[in-house]
Design a protein around this ligand. Structure first.
Ligand SMILES: [Ca+2]
Length: 446
């Protein structure tokens, strides 16, 4: 389904690059303040000094990783941005192609992974990635990299490919997330595995929901939600709030069993804690997870669907290329999937863009090691709408034109402004160039 970028002139190519550069510049200058000022203080003893240096290395590494994450997210975002003139869009496509060729199939945000980087950091990476990045990066970042004490090792993961358990904390998403979880646990093998440990798919999904949802009722039976906790001999009870780390999942009855936690937790994330619809990037999600979510409970994953998923992966096809989700719906229909629950799970949870990244950096100085981790979320920014001069609501994003996308209820605050223009201006709104920005939502030293 990949379309060849149309030929374009040099000027447009230049424009595309300038656009990316200016966006990245703005973001980096904001991030510089957040990160460089934090955590590193002068300390007296030598041990403390190495500790401070290790922290400095880790924070610098995190800054570098953020730069790459941001670059990747910006490029992805611009690709899906309907407001961009075709020429510039072609430029971005061409640039993406160059990146893909030079990175040999790796994603930009992940080229740093597991690669010890010291004070020759940036040059090494440029050699490694065969990209001239010093033109893009902020001077402050390059200076910090050249002065990094010791070294750091970065690990970036794309959290959008996983299911966010905190979908369960959102009123409009929890039902669909619950259905999704039941499906993950209900494939014949998984069901058997859980059964051998005394849990049913429905029980496990309910325990997760009840831990997070704010009421005290058991979502499966007409009783309070306490008995799974008593059975698991827990001294704690449901938190009735979102999960703050993946490890916290172990406090949910069932997930205190190591095997269960080990098998399923790699498919889950808790970021962002304030989950929003369509944040699960189905284009990056592992096939087995997509297959599980689109297979009704107790059915085997059907062969036509599995074949289609594998072909799609091999061909590098992306659902996100079709903004109207038409290909997307057809794809599953032709794969033999057509039930209402599947349709709802996909409509509410699945999107086509990665927006959540976890960065874990080990900083090392004189054998003293410090680990810094952060989570960054890429968000659509309010936009100066050239056609009306007003700010566009965050929720009023490119999904607006998607038939049946449930978002009208969140539009209340701007309804007055938009009321009469919703239909007439839809086309014009589509043309406004949207911007995105990356925001650190969580950071700490382990
Ligand atoms: Ca509850």
């Amino acid at each position: 389904m990949a379309t060849k970028p149309s030929p374009m002139n040099r000027r447009e190519q230049g424009l595309a690059l300038v656009l990316v550069l200016s966006l990245v510049g703005v973001i980096l200058s904001m991030l510089a303040e957040v990160l460089f000022e934090s955590e590193v203080v002068s300390r007296a003893s030598i041990g403390e000094r190495d500790r401070a240096k290790a922290e400095m290395a880790a924070v610098t590494g995190a800054q570098l990783a953020l730069f790459f994450v941001d670059l990747e997210a910006q490029v992805e975002f611009l690709k899906g941005n309907e407001g961009i003139p075709p020429g510039i869009k072609a430029g971005i496509d061409a640039m993406t192609k160059t990146l893909e060729d030079q990175l040999g199939g790796r994603s930009l945000s992940q080229i740093l992974n597991d690669f010890p980087i010291g004070s020759q950091g940036f040059e090494t990476i440029e050699d490694f990635a065969q990209l001239n990045l010093s033109k893009l990066a902020d001077e402050k970042l390059i200076a910090a990299l050249n002065a990094v004490p010791g070294y750091f090792v970065v690990k970036v993961s794309d959290e959008s490919q996983k299911l966010n358990l905190n979908f369960l904390a959102d009123r409009s998403l929890s039902k669909h997330m619950r259905n999704a979880l039941i499906r993950v646990f209900s494939l014949p093998q998984e069901r058997e595995f859980l059964d051998s440990l005394g849990y049913s798919p429905e029980r496990l999904a309910s325990n997760m929901q009840d831990y997070i949802d704010t009421d005290n009722k058991d979502s499966m039976e007409s009783s309070d939600e306490l008995s799974p906790y008593t059975q698991a001999k827990f001294t704690h009870t449901a938190k009735n709030g979102p999960l703050e780390s993946l490890e916290e999942l172990r406090r949910v009855p069932g997930f205190h069993i190591d095997e269960i936690y080990r098998v399923f937790s790699p498919y889950f994330t808790v970021w962002p804690m304030q989950a929003d619809k369509e944040q699960w990037n189905i284009d990056k999600a592992p096939n087995e997870l997509v297959a599980a979510l689109t297979t009704p409970p107790e059915n085997e994953v059907n062969d036509p669907l599995m074949d289609r998923l594998e072909d799609r992966l091999a061909a590098g096809e992306k659902f996100g290329q079709d903004k109207n989700r038409r290909n997307f719906k057809e794809f599953f229909k032709e794969g033999g999937v057509s039930d209402k629950t599947t349709e709802e799970i996909l409509r509410w949870l699945a999107g086509f863009q990665s927006s959540v990244y976890k960065i874990v950096v080990r900083g090392v100085s004189n054998q003293v090691e410090r680990v810094f981790e952060l989570v960054a979320v890429f968000e659509e920014e309010s936009v100066d709408d050239a056609t009306t001069g007003k700010k566009e609501d965050e929720n009023n994003n490119q999904n607006n034109e998607n038939e049946g996308t449930p978002q009208n209820e969140t539009e209340g605050s701007t309804a007055e402004e938009n009321n009469n223009e919703n239909d007439e201006n839809k086309d014009e709104k589509k043309k406004a160039i949207k911007k995105g920005k990356i925001r650190v939502v969580y950071q700490r030293f382990r």
